[in-house]
Design a protein around this ligand. Structure first.
Ligand SMILES: [Zn+2]
Length: 79
């Protein structure tokens, strides 16, 4: 067990800690976990990025559908 400074806030934390008790930064196990820790962090980042992209797609899709429906209703009411 060793103490290392948190990469995010500089708070001294144990390498055994799964996350920084001060700020919650999950990188504390990186020096111990090595590749596994990196993969976990990369997965978390990729997951949140994909979620944001999907959320944006859903919002854009909803706006497109509502716009299309509004145009169709306008065409139907005119005709
Ligand atoms: Zn921290």
């Amino acid at each position: 067990m060793a103490l290392i400074p948190c990469a995010a806030c500089g708070h001294t934390i144990s390498t055994e800690a799964p996350s920084c008790p001060s700020c919650g930064h999950p990188g504390a196990t990186m020096s111990k976990g090595g590749r596994e820790g990196m993969a976990r962090i990369a997965g978390t980042v990729a997951g949140s990025y994909i979620s944001a992209q999907m959320l944006a797609s859903i919002i854009v899709g909803s706006v497109a559908i509502v716009s299309f429906a509004a145009i169709m209703i306008a065409v139907i009411l005119k005709g």
